[in-house]
Ligand binder design. Structure first.
Ligand SMILES: [Zn+2]
Length: 120
């Protein structure tokens, strides 16, 4: 049986583009969130927001900021893996991660069966 190479150079290039684009978008969000998670000064004029609402909103933005930072890190790792020629292979079983899964999660490191095994 001939091993079918699914992850062609063209597809890798496609993912590199997707990853770089997503990274650029996340970096814009990061700048916005940095501003939105600044400490709230007691004296600041909050407009229509009450102080409690401002604190609640800050909490939401902090959670988002954490998620954005993690994703930037994971996508950066994915770019490293592209450069090393390791991109698209499951780090657990070594098999190729299906194209559709990578489209949904370009930074995926493991295939679905391995992810499910890990969860159990
Ligand atoms: Zn696997």
């Amino acid at each position: 049986m001939i091993h079918e190479v699914i992850m062609t150079a063209d597809r890798i290039a496609e993912f590199q583009k997707i990853i770089e684009q997503t990274l650029a978008e996340l970096k814009v969000s990061e700048i916005y969130l940095k501003d939105a998670t600044k400490p709230i000064e007691p004296s600041v004029a909050l407009g229509r927001l009450t102080r409690m609402e401002a604190i609640g909103e800050k909490g939401v933005n902090e959670a988002r900021q954490t998620e954005v930072k993690r994703r930037i890190e994971r996508l950066g790792n994915a770019l490293d893996r592209i450069n090393k020629g390791e991109y698209g292979n499951c780090i657990r079983c070594g098999k190729e991660i299906p194209y559709e899964r990578l489209l949904a999660v370009p930074e995926a490191l493991i295939c679905v069966p391995c992810a499910e095994k890990k969860r159990r």
